[in-house]
Design a protein around this ligand. Structure first.
Ligand code: CU
Length: 327
């Protein structure tokens, strides 16, 4: 009797397992996926401005948790289709709560975050959704939300491996261009590149002034030039402007005939702000082309002294320098 019950039980169990496999070829329960925002070197100089990885396939009702692991600021933002891209300060408008729901109909935004922080989004409906960072143009990702019970191509271990490999590859690109020597009295203000993947674009930046310390004489002019593809920098002497108003130059900055901005500094207490030194954005067919970018800033020093300057966007990452002006 016991034997019969056991064998019957076994048969039922087998049948049951078989049915489970047939009916639920993949997990029928909502999963939470872990992705990473950004990667950096120990000195914070090299920043991968990227969602790592920037493409993922999940099921409807799954959640993705993004971990912010770097000192540079980022946002996790899902705009609605065709929505005009807002500033990082404006947001959706504003930020939306952790574990917000995104199905394409309402904007979701983490707000400006840096390490250590996480932000989670729930995806209830199938679709292909674009993720952007409002702090960094060309930092995009694609979320593929498939119907429940559809087979998924990759597991969490795959995405962990991709995050490490892509972050490492971007940072080693940065390391290769970590120091660019310019001519006498010339400073390179940041180096950066754009990279493409199946999920979108990502960029990597060296957040440093190269040959940041210059020794010059009264009457000399120092020229800062960007070698960045995307990321903006500033050259700022004295008190920094309001962080929400860093784009325009200070009123004492003029424009040279070749389009470079120019200031004259006569005291270490002078306040001079270059405004954003940046490339023009990439053009899109059928839209008005962008004007030329402002890629150079010049300062003429008329008095001896020690002049400290910073990038008002990236001084927290160590992007600072000084000019020694001898008589
Ligand atoms: Cu900067």
């Amino acid at each position: 009797m016991t034997k019969l019950v056991t064998s019957q039980l076994r048969r039922n169990l087998c049948l049951c397992s078989l049915l489970t496999v047939l009916i639920f070829p993949v997990s029928a329960f909502a999963d939470t996926w872990q992705l990473q925002v950004g990667a950096q070197t120990g000195d914070k100089a090299n920043q991968a401005l990227a969602f790592l990885p920037n493409e993922i396939w999940i099921h409807a009702n799954d959640t993705i948790t993004w971990s912010f692991v770097v000192d540079e600021i980022h946002t996790v933002t899902f705009l609605t289709p065709g929505q005009v891209r807002p500033s990082r300060f404006a947001g959706c408008p504003g930020a939306t709560a952790d574990f917000s729901v995104y199905d394409g109909s309402v904007c979701v935004n983490s707000g400006i975050l840096q390490k250590p922080a996480t932000y989670s989004v729930v995806f209830p409906a199938p679709g292909n959704f674009k993720l952007v960072c409002l702090a960094h143009p060309d930092m995009t990702a694609t979320i593929h939300v498939l119907a429940e019970l559809t087979a998924l191509p990759h597991d969490q271990a795959f995405y962990d491996q991709q995050a490490a490999a892509q972050g490492g590859s971007l940072l080693s690109d940065a390391r290769a261009s970590a120091h660019v020597h310019a001519a006498h009295n010339a400073v390179i203000a940041g180096v950066g590149k754009i990279n493409g993947t199946g999920g979108g674009t990502e960029t990597v930046s060296v957040m440093r002034f190269m040959d940041a310390r210059k020794v010059i004489h009264v009457g000399d002019t120092v020229e800062w030039t960007t070698s960045e593809a995307v990321t903006s920098h500033t050259i700022t002497f004295g008190a920094e402007p309001d962080p929400t108003n860093l784009v325009p130059p200070s009123a004492n900055v003029t424009v040279d005939a070749d389009g470079a901005r120019h200031a004259i500094i006569s005291s270490p207490s002078d306040v001079v702000h270059s405004g954003f030194i940046t490339q023009a954005p990439q053009d899109r067919t059928a839209l008005a082309q962008a004007p030329l970018g402002v890629t150079r800033f010049r300062v003429t020093f008329t008095q001896p002294g020690l002049y400290h300057y910073v990038c008002a966007l990236h001084d927290d990452l160590g992007m600072v320098g000084e000019i020694v002006v001898l008589p």
